[in-house]
Write a protein that binds this ligand. Structure first.
Ligand code: NAP
Length: 332
């Protein structure tokens, strides 16, 4: 195999890199690990959330190799340390413009500019908002999108959780450690969450459910005092007193930066089974490109695959474009 580190970089500026990874969640850091082990000295720009969404999860119980579960931020730290051990650099910086029209690709960040021979987009997703009255005004004053970050503030208080998916149940269960009661408000009469979480939630005495109901307002002046609820079957509206409103109603991929440059479907970057986007040399991995699985393990797998493809791309098109061996390799 080619030792890419022994080959000269095609530009001499210090900000020129062979592999630039955007995002520091499981996809980004797994990509960095694989690119680092290929001796490509990848640079990871963390984005605003170091460790991605996984780092905000209290305990991850379904990442293989951790039979007792592992803390989300602890797993992120381990990913980072492992990538750095092989030569990856991780910088706290965020991309705010990209030019993918020619290679090397240009990425402008809060702190400067980078040019990159290959780009791995692992920018993840952000929590959806309800978009109801009072939600923005009371964010941080009782409205939250992160139980791990804010749960502690609700010791012996009453909270509601909005949503019926895995996140709502997992975070709702976590909140029972602190809150005196946790009420899950779901817009239908059956949950989307997986069977294990459903069973655990139904067996927890602190967890209650309100079915067929949507939140129409976050009520309160200085802090949350209640949620305004509407039963979607009867149309009946009520105020439900609460100290906190935790919202877990899905995510939107962080891909706005690439609009008009990368092909997308419903906001997700379109990739083939090799993580290749429509721009040769640009790969996408994790929730930015995955509307289906969105698990830590699948995101990490996508990141690894993206880095393997970036390595092959560099071997074939950048450093040894005329090698027939490499031409065969890229199609394997
Ligand atoms: P999700 O699976 O998309 O569920 C979102 C939930 O919010 C659904 O129950 C949905 O209702 C509800 N919802 C959406 N928009 C709403 C609105 N405007 N008002 C009220 N309710 C609304 O999202 P998620 O729970 O964040 O999970 C995302 C992915 O991560 C999934 O693939 C999930 O399996 C995975 N995940 C896995 C784990 C785990 O395995 N431990 C933990 C967390 C997340 P409907 O059901 O009616 O659509």
């Amino acid at each position: 195999m080619f030792n890419l580190s022994s080959l000269p970089a095609s530009k001499s500026e210090s900000q020129h890199v062979k592999v630039l990874v955007l995002g520091s969640g499981p996809a980004g850091l797994a990509a960095a690990l694989y690119a680092a082990r290929a001796e490509l000295q990848p640079l990871v720009l963390t984005g605003l959330q170091l460790g991605g969404q996984a780092a905000l999860t209290h305990t991850i119980e379904n990442y293989p190799g951790f039979p007792e579960g592992v803390g989300g931020s602890e797993l992120g730290d381990l990913f980072q340390k492992q990538a750095e051990r092989f030569g990856a650099r991780v910088e706290f910086d965020s991309a705010n413009a990209v030019d993918l029209s020619q290679r090397p690709f240009k990425v402008t960040t809060d702190n400067g500019e980078y040019s990159a021979e290959t780009l791995i987009v692992a920018t993840g997703a952000s929590p959806n908002h309800l978009n109801v009255a009072g939600e923005v005004e009371l964010t941080g004053k009782g409205v939250s999108y992160c139980a791990t970050c804010d749960g502690w503030f609700f010791k012996e208080k009453k909270v509601v959780v909005v949503g019926g998916g895995d996140s709502a149940l997992e975070e709702g269960l976590f909140l029972t450690r602190y809150a005196s009661s946790v009420t899950i408000i779901h817009r239908r009469d059956s949950l989307r969450a997986g069977a294990v979480l459903q069973k655990r939630a139904q067996e927890n005495p602190k967890l209650k459910f309100i079915w067929d109901t949507v939140v129409t307002e976050s009520v309160g002046k200085e802090k949350v005092e209640a949620v305004r609820l509407k039963n979607v079957k009867t149309g009946k509206e009520t105020n439900f007193p609460t100290d906190g409103i935790f919202i877990f109603i899905g995510h939107t991929p962080n891909t706005q930066l690439f609009e008009g440059q990368l092909v997308m479907e419903k906001g997700y970057i379109k990739v083939d089974d090799r993580m290749q986007t429509n721009v040769p040399g640009v790969y996408a991995a994790g929730e930015a490109a995955d509307p289906t699985f969105r698990q830590v393990v699948t995101s990490a797998g996508m990141g690894a695959a993206a880095a393997i493809m970036a390595t092959r791309f560099l071997e074939l098109f950048v450093y040894a474009p005329n090698s027939s061996t490499n031409r065969k390799r890229i199609n394997k």
